[in-house]
Design a protein around this ligand. Sequence first.
Ligand SMILES: Nc1nc2c(c(=O)[nH]1)N[C@H]1C(S)=C(S)[C@@H](COP(=O)(O)O)O[C@H]1N2
Ligand SMILES: [Mo]
Length: 437
Amino acid sequence: MSRKSRIILTEALRRDPAAADRLLWGRESDPLTRRGFIRKSGLLAMGAALGAAIPYARFMPAGLVPAAFAQEDAPGEILGKEGLIVLNDRPLNAETPAHLLDDSVTPNRYMFIRNNGLVPENIDPETWELEVGGESCLRPDRFSIADLRARFETATLQLQLECGGNGRSEFVPAASGNQWTTGAIGCPSFTGVRLRDVLNYCGVGADAVYVGYHGADIHPSGDPDLDAISRGVTIEKALERESLIAWRMNGEDIPLQNGFPLRLVCGGWPGSVSGKWLNRLVVRNRVHDGEKMASPSYMVPRLPVAPGSRVPDSDMRIIESMPVKSLITYPRSGITIGQRERLDVRGHAWAGDETVSAVFLSTDFGATWLPTAAQSPANRLAWQDWASWVQFTEPGYYEIWARAMDASGRSQPMVVPGWNPRGYLNNACHRVAVQVT
Ligand SMILES: Nc1nc2c(c(=O)[nH]1)N[C@H]1C(S)=C(S)[C@@H](COP(=O)(O)O)O[C@H]1N2
Ligand SMILES: [Mo]
């Protein structure tokens, strides 16, 4: 099948699933649940499109877009970030293909980029200052990076950052914003000082409830009085021992696009709370009201809503801990292997503030699941590596699905979960396509 018809088919499945179901599967699926299984005529069409038979077709849910159809764009050309897929270039936003996230610790060049504004210019780390204040800060102060280094204990932690909108491209109806697929996630190692040490040094008032950040990036309009983004975390999250003010990423300067020379890192919450180009922290006696703190930014409905609904502000809540999720980083989707060949499968799993208790694999569209060997995290809020292997006895088209479960027993859904106006928190199972010859 040509790339063009593949994209048309994928688009059709996304935008008008019912019509696409008719076209591809030759049947009408239940519009609400989209349940049902493929009929023989549809199956032949699907097999022709994939160029192979589908041995487990009887388990294939209707409406499923085969993983083999996932769009693969030409890699972008961001200096020092070769291989990332550019979604937008002003502001710059780029995601990492799953197979480039194979390392246990994400290398600097493979950390995704999510910019709400324009990167600051002429940064001098020697003169960079972090100001700490806000109405609930008892002793406002200023620190150079050398001051932070000299005054507080240094800590190095591996921390996972995932954009709240990672996976947005799968929502129907489409949600506006960067159309992330799976690559707005990374887990590098950060070195800096603990946010709590700095906050305690400056004195946290008894009425403190939130810590907000400001960065040196520029609002897309160019107006110097506006912040591109200014979010933050609850005081409880700010005072956790893993919340860092970092100046190093994997032992090197933080890449410019990832917040050089100083950034906040609060792992496990949406990436938007981890302020880049950090130059001011405010300890607040109310929920911080900076740029992109208001609904619907980084908020989801408190209760499930019908796809496409308008949701009143009062029914929205700020996203805090991110849901359980996993990624298959090997093999790369679309590979061809021989019959009975043993195929290693591995990846990572993470669960916001929690740990992952198990990761399962399926090669028959979710009919059966086998546990993998999942490791414990390098430290709290780091993702966890898992590995297994699979084998196929019959030639044809297969998909490998991964599903993680958190310590509270919550599992990833197999289909895109609760639609929400801005398309956040899609933690549906990751799938890769395999052709067996
Ligand atoms: N100052 C500033 N901080 C920021 C942003 C930004 O645009 N400006 N983007 C946020 C968002 S939405 C995310 S997901 C993470 C992305 O971090 P990364 O670009 O290093 O991957 O940074 C957050 N911190
Ligand atoms: Mo984000």
